[in-house]
Design a protein around this ligand. Structure first.
Ligand code: B12
Length: 283
């Protein structure tokens, strides 16, 4: 096992390079550093936009920002006026070295706690446990009109080689599309007796995705209390660790596949039913 190394220690480079040499064969070291040109050289690439017309001063400004971000040395490898040469904005890509180390022992992520099921297996579990179709309602709420994400999860054609939830024989899926209001969604969920409500939020300007999710959770809590459906939210800029804080059951981020969502729904909803039956039997 690799010994933890202080972020600023210069000899750490050699230690890290040595440790990483046999990465393919040996176990993963617990302390790592970015890789650019050579192992453990600490090189990273960042991109940002400054509100300045492109020119030597703008490039100097980009380097000043890079230095303040801890990139040393740093170089501008790409700079372009956004929307033309005289644009008031310049987009930059800067390549530089950071001194920081990543301690893998301190990384906290949301791990998948359920098994991935094939569509056939998911259908079988629903049929045996629920003994009726699992009702799923999907929508984009607020002013968000980005439907491609929720369609990727729900539509038969699916995403990343996996069929969407509409393909699952034991699921009854309704996709309400874009710009659905929260009251509309609550009322439809009640009418359809939805088991799960799936909501997509792609626009994050002024934290709209967080505000809308909190509003969604509060409305379901108020209207249906503990009898509310499972609330699942997704979008590319969500942090899956925020589910509890936002008052929903689960958050899925970028690159989510329909199979992951179907497996989660089956795992959670059929487990809840099994537990309820066991409690009734025990009484
Ligand atoms: C296509 C697109 C549009 C299309 C949308 C068409 C449609 N029917 O969806 C149109 C042209 C309409 C559009 C409009 C706008 N757009 Co737009 N758009 C995009 C673009 C290029 C791609 C989004 C996309 O389709 N991704 C593909 C899907 C498959 O990925 P995904 O959404 O991440 O979904 C996956 C996961 O996140 C997850 N997921 C998503 N939702 C859910 C839900 C659940 C329940 C689950 C389980 C999982 C899940 O699963 C999916 C599959 O893995 C992005 C930039 C980009 N490259 O991402 C900008 C982008 C999202 N748009 C942006 C903006 C600003 C706008 C506009 C405001 C522009 C304007 N000034 O008019 C408008 C807003 C319109 C509105 N009212 O919402 C910004 C948002 C910036 C921000 N910080 O919020 C982006 C990031 C572009 C940018 N860099 O500026 N846009």
């Amino acid at each position: 096992m690799t010994e933890p190394i202080a972020d600023t220690e210069p000899e750490s480079l050699a230690v890290l390079a040595e440790t990483a040499k046999g990465l393919d064969q040996a176990e993963q070291p617990t302390v790592i550093r970015p890789y650019g040109d050579t192992t453990g050289d600490g090189m990273v690439q960042v991109s940002f936009t400054l509100p300045m017309t492109h020119g030597p001063k703008a490039e100097g400004a980009a380097l000043q920002l890079a230095a303040k971000m801890g990139l040393d040395p740093a170089m501008v490898v790409h700079a372009k006026g956004l929307g033309g040469r005289q644009s008031a904005y310049t987009f930059f890509v800067v390549y530089g070295r950071v001194a920081h180390l990543v301690d893998l022992d301190k990384v906290v992520v949301r791990e998948r706690e359920y098994p991935l099921l094939a569509a056939k297996e998911a259908n079988l579990v629903i049929k045996r446990t629920l003994r009726r179709k699992l009702v799923v309602l999907g929508a984009c709420i607020g002013t968000d009109a980005h439907t491609v994400g929720i369609d990727a999860i729900l539509n038969v054609k699916g995403f990343a080689g996996e069929k969407g939830l509409e393909y699952y024989r034991e699921m009854k899926v309704s996709n309400l599309g874009a710009q659905v209001t929260v009251p509309e969604l609550v009322s439809r969920a009640r009418k359809d007796r939805a088991d799960a409500v799936l909501v997509s939020q792609v626009v994050t300007q002024r934290d709209a995705h967080l505000r809308n999710t909190r509003e969604l959770a509060a409305a379901f809590r108020e209207a249906m209390g503990d009898n509310r459906p499972l609330i699942v939210v997704g979008g590319p800029r969500f942090d899956p660790r925020m589910a509890e804080e936002l008052g929903v059951d689960r958050i899925f981020g970028r690159g989510t596949t329909p199979g992951e969502v179907a497996s989660y729904l089956v795992h959670t909803l059929t487990r809840t039913l099994t537990l309820t039956k066991e409690t009734v039997r025990a009484r």
